[in-house]
Design a protein around this ligand. Structure first.
Ligand SMILES: [Zn+2]
Length: 67
C-alpha cells in the first residue's frame, strides 16, 4: 500500500537534509515527488519508494471549517 502523501503535507524525515533541517513540504506527487526543505528552501526531486522509507511523520493541516 502506498503511503498517503498529498500536496501540502509537511513531512518529517529520519535523515536530515545537509542544511540540518528535517521537515519538507510536498509540492508535487507522482512516481517522483517534488519536495521543499522548509529550513533552507531548497527544492528536490525524490522517488516515492525512497521518500516513503525516509518519512518519520506526516503533518497535514485540516481544512478550516466553513459555515
Ligand atoms: Zn535544507
Amino acid at each position: 500500500m502506498p503511503m498517503d502523501l498529498r500536496v501540502g503535507d509537511v513531512l518529517e524525515t529520519k535523515k536530515n537534509h545537509p542544511c540540518g533541517g528535517n521537515t519538507f513540504e510536498v509540492l508535487r506527487v507522482g512516481m517522483d515527488f517534488r519536495i521543499r526543505c522548509t529550513t533552507c528552501d531548497k527544492q528536490l526531486w525524490i522517488e516515492r519508494p525512497k521518500l516513503e522509507k525516509r518519512v518519520k511523520k506526516v503533518s497535514r493541516e485540516e481544512p478550516a471549517e466553513t459555515e
